[in-house]
Design a protein around this ligand. Structure first.
Ligand SMILES: [Zn+2]
Length: 72
């Protein structure tokens, strides 16, 4: 598995821009979609155009799952 870092870029479909856009990776506090909590300092892919979080690298999903488990 390729481990991404904050210097990486990529391409992904942005649901907000409705287009394939270039992305860059940053560490962010990401709120859950249900608004019940926040995963802090997780590496995510961000749309270069609108700055929305549009990609969660597979290396970041275990971190998110851990936080979800702690809350339940
Ligand atoms: Zn976008």
């Amino acid at each position: 598995m390729k481990v991404l870092s904050e210097t990486d870029t990529g391409k992904a479909l942005c649901e907000y821009c409705q287009a394939v856009v270039s992305t860059h990776y940053v560490r962010r506090d990401v709120p859950f979609s249900d608004g019940q909590g926040v995963v802090e300092n997780v590496l995510v892919g961000v749309c270069d155009r609108c700055d929305a979080v549009i990609a969660i690298p597979s290396q970041s999903t275990p971190v998110i799952h851990d936080v979800v488990k702690q809350l339940r």
